[in-house]
Design a protein around this ligand. Structure first.
Ligand SMILES: [Zn+2]
Length: 266
């Protein structure tokens, strides 16, 4: 557990009280996301040996400072912080609605964007940045099997998307890298980190992508927020009206519970 250093959440104990399903879900999330050491990713478990992606060809432009290669879950707001993360967009129908809800509740979030969609909708990328949210690189093709593919392929997926997002934003670089489906590798984490993009995991999968109904999405978040601060939602990939409706309930509830909204640590 030390490898989740700084996490400080007592969620694991609480999660154990949530019943078999919740525990199983939490366990699978941790297995898949929190620590890829099971996949031979020793660096992930080793703490923070700093970005060791030596010789990564120059980060673009002014060059981003390296960040840690380990997968971040903690919030910069500390123990009662929550990180809202919004994946797979931007999307011209749903991203504006998500932005509107976030604005209503004064919440800043992290948007993990797919490169070609950023390129297709630079106005939305700029709107996200202008509202004070942060950008995250979610690759070009959203290939959830990319951890089984060549380093050249992984590099292309990550760096091409970084370029597309940065261009669409008008020069604001993504600060995080989230592998599609959590398909990180030691190589991809190091590459991202050397470009100033902290690998980003999640603790709570709202399951909004499956469209179980807004009430179910809300219930999942309420139940699993004890697992950790980083919550996963989506603003693309289909009808996201349930996500918008769920956010409208979840955000004020979290505030009532004494949580504050922040960004993943870097
Ligand atoms: Zn995704």
């Amino acid at each position: 557990m030390a490898r989740h250093n700084g996490r400080g959440w007592h969620g694991r104990v609480l999660a154990a009280a949530l019943g078999v399903t919740a525990v199983a879900t939490a366990a699978s999330v941790w297995t898949a996301q929190a620590d890829p050491s099971g996949g031979g990713d020793a660096a992930g478990a080793a703490g923070r040996p700093a970005a060791s992606a030596a010789g990564t060809p120059g980060a673009q432009g002014g060059g981003a400072a390296k960040v840690a290669v380990t997968i971040a879950h903690a919030s910069d707001r500390g123990e009662r912080g929550v990180n809202i993360t919004i994946d797979d967009g931007p999307d011209p129908t749903w991203t504006p609605q998500v932005l509107q809800v976030l604005r209503e509740y004064g919440v800043k979030a992290t948007f993990c964007m797919v490169g070609p969609q950023a390129k297709a909708h630079p106005d939305l990328v700029k709107a996200v940045v202008a509202a004070g949210h942060r950008l995250c690189d979610h690759t070009v093709s959203h290939d959830t099997a990319m951890d089984h593919k060549s380093e050249a392929y992984q590099s292309q997926q990550i760096l091409d998307a970084e370029g597309m997002i940065t261009e669409a934003s008008g020069g604001v670089r993504p600060m995080y890298y989230r592998a599609p489906g959590g398909a990180f590798t030691p190589y991809s984490r190091s590459l991202a980190a050397s470009h100033g993009m902290r690998p980003l995991g999640w603790n709570v999968d709202s399951k909004d992508f499956e469209r179980p109904g807004a009430a179910a999405i809300v219930a999942t978040v309420k139940q699993e927020i004890a697992n950790g601060p980083t919550v996963l939602f989506h603003d693309a990939g289909g009808d996201r009206s349930q996500t918008v409706a769920a956010l409208r309930e979840v955000l004020p509830w979290l505030k009532q519970q004494g949580y504050s909204f922040g960004f993943p640590v870097r």
